[in-house]
Structures are given as structure tokens and as C-alpha cells.
Design a protein around this ligand. Structure first.
Ligand code: FES
Length: 103
């Protein structure tokens, strides 16, 4: 695993999410009250970018059909999404967001 700096924390407000490209992966960063989380940006239902969606509390809502995923775990929590998103370890150090990806 490699720890990759992806964004300054100051550029991702609490309650916001943003897509970043890391290696071959499109990753969605989600800044919740208790930290920053990273999951696959691609909806597991019909492969659209979740970055065009919105947050409802801790749930990522897909812009295409309204499926929902737990932002902390990537687990699918509302139909028609039923396959979990891949989760990536994320951390904040010195004001920068890091995501761990396979090398
Ligand atoms: S494409 Fe995301 S719920 Fe259908």
C-alpha cells in the first residue's frame, strides 16, 4: 500500500465530498464531522460518479437512481444500490488528506 497525498483539508469543507484520481482509481473523499473517509467514486449500481450526488447525514446519495452508501464503510444501504463500494484508508496529517492505495 502507498500513502498518497490527495488534497488539502482546507479545500474540503465539513459536509462536502470531492472526487480525486489516485493511480488508476477514482476515489470519493467525504468530510464528516469526525474525519475524512474515502470510498470508490463509481456507483456500484450503474457506474456513475458519486461526486455528482449529495450527502444526507453520513449517507452518500447517488445522483442517478438515488441509491445510498454509508460514507464511513462504503456499505450499500438503500436500493437500488446493493453492492458495497470499495473503501480506502484515509488520514489527515499536517493539514493534508492522504489515501492508501495498492501500489
Ligand atoms: S447508478 Fe447509482 S443507484 Fe443507480
Amino acid at each position: 500500500m502507498a500513502s498518497i497525498r490527495v488534497k488539502a483539508l482546507a479545500d474540503l469543507a465539513t459536509g462536502a465530498m470531492a472526487r480525486v484520481a489516485v493511480e488508476e482509481e477514482d476515489i470519493l473523499l467525504v468530510h464528516l464531522e469526525d474525519g475524512v473517509y474515502a470510498v470508490s467514486d463509481i456507483c456500484s449500481h450503474a457506474r456513475v460518479s458519486l461526486s455528482g450526488g449529495w450527502l444526507e447525514g453520513d449517507a452518500i446519495c447517488c445522483p442517478k437512481h438515488g441509491g445510498k452508501f454509508d460514507a464511513r464503510t462504503g456499505c450499500a444501504i438503500a436500493f437500488p444500490a446493493f453492492t458495497n463500494l470499495r473503501k480506502f484508508p484515509a488520514s489527515v496529517r499536517d493539514g493534508q488528506i492522504y489515501v492508501e492505495v495498492d501500489e
